[in-house]
Design a protein around this ligand. Structure first.
Ligand code: PEP
Length: 261
């Protein structure tokens, strides 16, 4: 059975300014240094600060293992797509991963499963080792209607069906129940584990046991220093996608420490 290196990813959403982004990145680099041999750490600043945060990471002494990612990507390679950013552009400025299908893109910006599938494919196809964290998860209404597994299955199948298996090596899944994002409500470790187990079983059906065993599945939804350890100790939870707490370096580093097992 392969060991999956835990990953803790900080999604800064539409927060910080340039100076604040640089200071936050510096504090995370410094605080997580003793954990990064065993925990991967990635930061997802707003697009306009990617370059500045990338330079901060590149210039850190000693050289940091903290990596840079983008919160979204467009699926076309180039052309008349005002306001959009391609996977090649992200690679060009040093991003090594992207998020797709974040719940705010699905539910605030109304991205469809089809669009998210195209973005996920474009990210994985971009080459150069660009990785993709595909986010999935049910709303409160869907959970209360007993549809959690069905929603996760639909979102996962629509994004992944037809992908060539070798591309799966660059994929990470983030299970983020929508009702837990930014609300202070967290799935219990047992409920989160049940969803992760279901997702891993589905990966097994779609791509076989080695992909299922190797793919990291992160939990996201109000992860904080005081609940991270219990969540990360579940067998199918391989780290976290962190929103609010990633803006506070002490909290984020404490969550990184909780993943260092
Ligand atoms: C997120 O934005 O992916 C997230 C999980 O946010 P929060 O940690 O604030 O719930």
């Amino acid at each position: 059975m392969p060991t999956r290196t835990p990953l803790v990813a900080g999604n800064w959403k539409m927060n910080t300014d340039r100076a604040g982004a640089i200071a936050l990145a510096r504090a995370v680099v410094e605080g997580s240094e003793k954990h990064t041999p065993r925990v991967e750490v990635a930061l997802y600043p707003p697009f306009v600060y990617l370059d500045a945060v990338g330079a901060t990471l590149r210039e850190s002494i000693p050289a940091t293992k903290v990596t840079l990612g983008a919160q979204d990507v467009y699926h076309e390679k180039n052309g008349a797509f005002t306001g959009e950013i391609s996977a090649a552009m992200l690679r060009d400025i040093g991003a090594t991963s992207v998020l797709t299908g974040h719940s705010e893109r699905r539910h605030v910006l109304h991205e469809s499963d089809e669009l998210i599938a195209k973005k996920t494919r474009a990210a994985l196809d971009a080459g150069g080792g660009l990785r993709c964290i595909l986010c999935i998860g049910e709303t409160l209404d869907q959970r209360q209607a007993g549809q959690t597994d069905a929603v996760n299955e639909r979102q996962l199948r629509s994004a992944l069906t037809g992908l060539p298996t070798p591309l799966l090596a660059q994929l990470v899944i983030a299970y983020e129940p929508v009702w837990a994002i930014g609300t202070g409500k967290t799935a219990t470790p047992a409920d989160a584990q049940a969803a992760h187990h279901f997702i891993r079983a589905l990966l097994n059906d779609l791509f076989g046991s080695s992909v299922a065993a190797a793919t990291r599945i992160l939990y996201g939804g109000s992860v904080k220093p005081d609940n991270a350890r219990d969540l990360f100790s579940q067998p199918d939870i391989d780290g976290g996608l962190i929103g609010g707490a990633s803006l506070n370096p002490a909290d984020f580093v404490a969550i990184v420490a909780a993943a260092d097992r």
